[in-house]
Write a protein that binds this ligand. Structure first.
Ligand code: SAM
Ligand code: ZN
Length: 277
């Protein structure tokens, strides 16, 4: 029996891993089995507001197809570099909130310096995404949970990353160590402007400064911009990944798929912040 990083989602006490039974259990005997893919579901039904919360299967498939094509790799590399620059010699504990299928956690493993050690955790409310993530990478730790109630012990993490995902400021604060780091990826002013042009008559640009959750102070901010030329299918997948996909009419979708080539700007703001005392 070993103490894990997790706390019980029902009574908030420590969860122990009972290896012989492939289960996590708290002192009050609430238990959570490890699924065959290797993740644990820590989202009790009473906190589930729909049958399949989080991104739908179609959105997951679209995101997978697009990310695996490598268009966001410069961003993934910048994340790995930033995390390693802020690492000490000790094993670093990192959580990716709303990690989806774990693309950035896998990239982190690939691009992180071999001389340093990192304990990688990912959580998301979408079970299908977590099952796929865990299956692809048994060396990372995955659970299904809500960002509103993170099932981790107080002060467990050195770094939390949040890439285009929701979070709860108080929970981020709670699970980070004192002076722990938060790494935010948010859309930059020009992000996907050429896609939005098909949908909106008046495209509004995002701010160049990301809004920080309460209780965090900005350390550095970096802008990563690239032009990409995804093919027709990849453009459809990219549209599906965006929060404005629901606004695209069938005519908009057709117009986006039509051009033989279409150059699109990607623009990210990578913000490093620190938990305030
Ligand atoms: C735009 S996607 C980003 C996924 C991933 N970070 C990436 O960039 O590929 C947003 C993710 O947040 C998840 N999500 C939405 N609400 C959530 C919540 N309350 N708690 C945890 N995850 C949530 C969705 O299931 C989805 O995987
Ligand atoms: Zn319990």
């Amino acid at each position: 029996m070993t103490t894990s990083a997790y706390i019980c989602p029902i009574c908030s006490t420590t969860l122990d891993i009972i290896s012989s039974e492939n289960t996590y259990r708290c002192g009050n005997r609430h238990s959570f089995d490890v699924a065959k893919e290797g993740y644990v579901n820590l989202l009790p039904v009473q906190y589930k507001h729909s049958a399949e919360p989080g991104d739908s299967k179609a959105m997951l498939n679209a995101r997978r197809a697009f990310l695996e094509a490598g268009y966001y790799q410069p961003l993934a590399q910048a994340i790995a570099l930033l995390v390693s620059l802020n690492a000490s010699n000790q094993a670093l504990r990192l959580l990716d909130v709303g990690c989806g299928e774990g693309y950035y956690l896998r990239q982190l493993r690939q691009h992180y310096p071999a001389a340093l050690t990192i304990e990688r955790h990912g959580m998301d409310i979408a079970k299908a995404a977590i099952a796929a993530a865990a299956k692809k990478d048994p060396t990372a730790n995955y659970c299904v949970a809500s960002a509103q109630r993170l099932p981790y012990a107080d002060g467990y993490f050195d770094v939390i990353s949040r890439v285009f995902a929701p979070s709860n400021a108080a929970e981020l604060q709670r699970v980070l160590k004192p002076a722990g780091h938060l790494l935010l990826v948010t859309p930059g002013p020009r992000h996907l402007t050429q896609l939005k042009d098909f949908i909106y008559t008046d495209v509004k640009e995002h701010s160049e400064t990301a809004e920080l959750p309460t209780g965090f102070e900005r350390l550095t901010s970096q802008r990563i911009s690239r032009w990409i030329t995804p093919d027709k299918e990849q453009r459809a997948a990219l549209l599906q990944m965006t929060p404005f996909a629901w606004r695209a009419t069938p005519e908009n979708q057709q117009a986006i798929a039509e051009p033989e080539t279409l150059a699109i700007e990607t623009d990210f703001i990578l913000t490093l912040a620190r938990k305030q005392a």
